[in-house]
Write a protein that binds this ligand. Structure first.
Ligand code: GTP
Ligand code: MG
Length: 233
């Protein structure tokens, strides 16, 4: 389920763990905090599952009825503790559980990759029509691309998670994009790991230009798909 699970790659680099508990005391406070964090993350993971299942059901239904897949793939990820703290600090929010729950919308993330632009809008509409889904915010970076050239449709929704004794409305960030937009974003994302001075302006310009080409190709592919569909009707 996790998109960015690198746990196994790091195993060889772990320092040898102290086995003497005196050398590595675990305080009661640490235990309580870790337990609380685990409980919160379990709720976010459940919210991701709810959204993923809803999307899979919609995709299955369309596949049965129309013999096509409006969703190419779904990727999910939960924000790491390190990124949660980094983001809270960067945005000058207090670093505690309440703050993280109220201030961060992307602890639970779902990325939906669709074949065509029209699929993005129809999948989004079908999801938002469901009575237990509450729209918190939406950004249409397809109609209004970012200055980088980035295109995707972003929504933040709240979905209920029912536990044995409690019910929680949990925020999930959903990014919907085409296969081509996803291809572009994964390459452009590499720039974010570099020092901004290290990246020549020419690369940014080139990526922007390619984003425009991709947008045009997405529209052309969709037109051809519509024409093909019309042949069947
Ligand atoms: P963040 O602080 O990054 O969460 O920004 P935000 O809360 O204003 O949300 P926004 O809608 O701008 O972007 C949220 C997410 O969209 C990011 O975490 C990325 O996954 C993706 N994203 C946004 N802009 C870009 C971009 O220019 N390039 C790439 N590759 N991804 C982007
Ligand atoms: Mg984000």
């Amino acid at each position: 389920m996790n998109m960015d699970n690198n746990d196994n790659q790091n195993v060889a680099n772990l320092p040898s763990l102290p086995i003497n508990s005196d050398a590595f005391p675990i305080s009661t406070d640490f235990y309580k905090t870790a337990f609380q964090f685990q409980q919160i993350m379990m709720i976010y993971e459940s919210a991701i599952k709810q959204i993923e299942t809803k999307l899979e059901i919609l995709s299955k239904e369309i596949n049965v009825n129309k013999r096509r897949n409006p969703i190419q793939n779904i990727k999910t990820r939960i924000k790491s503790p390190e990124s949660i703290v980094q983001k809270l600090e960067k945005k000058h929010f207090p670093v505690n559980f309440d703050s993280m729950i109220s201030n961060l919308n992307d602890i639970a993330g779902v990325r939906v990759v669709c074949p065509y632009i029209s699929d993005i809008y129809s999948v989004k509409e079908m999801l938002l029509k469901q009575p237990d889904i509450k729209l918190i915010s939406e950004n249409d970076y397809i109609e209004c691309p970012k200055t980088s050239g980035y295109r995707s449709y972003h929504i933040v929704v709240e979905v209920p998670v029912y536990l044995s004794k409690t019910e929680h409305n949990v925020k999930v960030e959903i990014q919907l994009r085409t296969i081509a937009m996803d291809f572009w974003a994964s390459l452009e994302h590499q720039l974010h790991y570099k020092n901004p001075e290290e990246v020549p302006e020419s690369i940014r310009r080139e990526l922007f230009r390619v984003a425009e080409t991709i947008a045009m190709t997405d529209r052309e592919m969709e037109e051809i798909a519509f024409e093909l569909q019309a042949l069947d009707n």
